[in-house]
Design a protein around this ligand. Structure first.
Ligand code: AMP
Length: 305
């Protein structure tokens, strides 16, 4: 099964307390597509400018990512720059240059409209709607978002929630969207806004999954060294979507969703080990499955009878 991924493709400049690196491959769709590609074929929808290095396009192609939906247009690629604080959980956006993204109208390449699984990675909700409008009855639609859209495009985001099966957002965004301080109440309140499933990411403290069938809490992997948290959320979403669409796992059951949340967490935990998508380049399926087992061992406990 294939996953259609739409989102930003960027050149990022990232500053952490340890290092600063410029012109890195970034963007929500880049992280999500590469992460999903560990499990499924990916149809990528995005836009870059003429300055986008060919080596990045070649890397996407090497990952079983179909690039018929990648538009290259005159102008400069979307650029984002962020600076992390000492705890690496908080960051300031230093600059955003929309460039070719400003006039981006995602048009689906031939065959893309029938992709069974859709991941609307973080972009303006209006563009997420536009992609959904072109899809032919997808079986499962996942959307990611960010604080910016809650601030400036809330009506579009609220109408999107009625069209998706699952929404992924972080703890701060869940509180901001609902005005509730309790994440449990916020998760349930967001479910009531439309999506059957709500994943609330809590950074280095794991993730909560709200479903009609029940509730699941996934721990975060106890990493000793985090070098660049950029794209952790997008990588999580991509791993989750890719796993759900892969092989025999296509049934949307609470069991498979729990596994998908753990695989998403595994992928995100690898991604933050290095800047940009560098860790993804060497990552193997064996390493992914070994860490998945570690997640399982880490969360198991004996019942007292
Ligand atoms: P995350 O760390 O998961 O929030 O994602 C970081 C990525 O999101 C970076 O690679 C940025 O290029 C990209 N990004 C930042 N701002 C935006 C935006 N307004 N729309 C789309 N992508 C963005």
């Amino acid at each position: 099964m294939s996953v259609l991924v739409v989102g930003s493709i960027a050149l990022d400049t990232v500053k952490t307390p340890i290092a600063e690196k410029a012109d890195l491959l970034g963007g929500s769709a880049s992280y999500a597509a590469v992460s999903a590609s560990f499990f499924s074929k990916v149809n990528l929808v995005g836009v870059v400018g003429e300055d986008f290095p060919k080596k990045h396009v070649d890397y996407f192609a090497s990952r079983n990512i179909d690039l018929a939906g990648l538009q290259t247009v005159p102008g400069k690629t979307f650029r984002w720059s962020g600076e992390y604080h000492w705890d690496l959980n908080t960051r300031d956006t230093r600059s955003v240059e929309l460039n070719v993204f400003e006039h981006f109208t995602p048009t689906l390449a031939t065959g893309y409209a029938s992709s069974p699984c859709v991941l609307l990675a973080n972009i303006a909700p209006g563009l997420q709607h536009h992609v959904l409008d072109q899809m032919e009855k997808p079986r499962f639609v996942i959307a990611d978002t960010m604080d910016l859209w809650i601030n400036i495009a809330k009506p579009e985001l609220l109408s999107l929630l009625k069209r998706v099966d699952m929404i992924i957002l972080n703890d701060g965004e869940a509180r901001q969207l609902t005005g509730l301080t309790s994440l449990i109440k916020a998760g349930r309140a967001i479910q009531a806004m439309g999506p059957k499933y709500v994943a609330v990411k809590k950074g280095e403290h794991g993730c909560l999954l709200f479903a009609k069938e029940g509730f699941f809490s996934c721990a975060a992997y106890p990493l000793e060294d985090i070098n660049d948290p950029t794209g952790a959320g997008d990588t999580f979403a991509g791993g989750l979507a890719g796993y759900l669409a892969s092989g025999d796992h296509w049934t949307i059951s609470f069991e498979n969703l729990r596994r998908a949340v753990v695989y998403g967490s595994v992928l995100a935990s690898f991604n933050v080990e290095a800047f940009s998508l560098e860790r993804m380049r060497t990552l193997t399926r064996r390493e992914i499955d070994d860490r998945y087992q570690m997640f399982k061992l880490m969360s198991q406990f004996e019942v007292i009878d």
